[in-house]
Design a protein around this ligand. Structure first.
Ligand SMILES: [Zn+2]
Length: 264
């Protein structure tokens, strides 16, 4: 059974479009499930073009421009190429950008350099940043390095969301103190992810965002399938449960938060 939330439309704050799937069909299926607003996120130059095309294809759709830490080695000295996307009114964020020391597909110093350049770009074009941060197990170095860069970014007036937040409550508090929004994905429905449910209890109402991170991380009961924005209501339901409020309330506040952060 599909869960539908029609009274209060949901804002999908992070998904990756698939060029093999019809944009119109994707949007229709999402909107049938009550997911009215869609932000297409990017990993590199090619996916930024795809996300832009998705956003251009229909109303209530926007996109972000940026390079995921996995791809930075191929994008050194290319950051300025992304400035042109910011001229498009549908470009509402720079991202996803950040640090990934778990896979570490690119060397740390290159990740740091490109991340810093993108944060500068975000300030220059006055857009919020969508942040990816993942550590190696038992290490906090990615969080430490991300925090230091975001501290400067925030002091300079920058706004940001840590997307797919899976860190500790302590780190969540530190980022919240910088003005962060935290994006919660389907991981919140996974039995082992008690840390995410703990974090959920300390996020203020005005800093919570929800996202699927499609095609990854399909929520229970769709776990194992290719994810889709139409599954976002399962995440909203779980969050509502954990915070002991109605799902309409979660829809209302996360949509308002996304519109505020992305200046929509
Ligand atoms: Zn993503």
């Amino acid at each position: 059974m599909e869960i539908k939330i029609n009274k209060r439309p949901l804002f999908e704050s992070h998904f990756h479009p698939d060029s093999a799937i019809s944009f119109a069909k994707y949007r229709q299926e999402s909107s049938d499930a009550g997911v009215k607003y869609l932000l297409a996120a990017s990993n590199d130059l090619e996916s930024t073009l795809l996300a832009e095309a998705f956003a251009e294809s229909s109303e209530n759709s926007w996109f972000s421009a940026g390079v995921h830490p996995h791809e930075v080695a191929q994008h050194i000295n290319m950051v300025q190429k992304f400035a042109k996307f910011a001229k498009n009114k549908k470009c509402v964020a720079i991202g996803e950008i950040g640090l990934d020391y778990f896979y570490q597909n690119s060397e740390r110093n290159i990740q740091l350099q490109v991340f810093e350049e993108f944060l500068k770009l975000a300030r220059h074009v006055n857009l919020p940043a969508i942040i990816h941060c993942r550590d190696k197990e038992e290490s906090e170095q990615a969080y430490i390095d991300t925090f230091l860069l975001l501290k400067r970014f925030a002091a300079d007036g920058g706004q940001f969301v840590i997307h797919c937040y899976t860190g500790t409550t302590e780190w969540a508090n530190k980022f919240l103190d910088l003005g962060a929004y935290l994006g919660i994905t389907g991981i919140v429905t996974f039995p082992k992810a008690q840390n995410v449910r703990d974090v959920l209890k300390i996020i203020p109402d005005d800093r919570l965002l929800i996202e699927t991170d499609t095609p990854y991380l399909a929520p229970v009961p769709k776990r194992g399938k290719t994810n889709h924005s139409k599954y976002l209501p399962h995440i909203a339901e779980k969050i509502a449960d954990e915070r002991s409020v109605s799902v309409e309330k979660i829809a209302e506040l996360t949509t308002a938060n996304a519109k505020k952060l992305f200046a929509i």
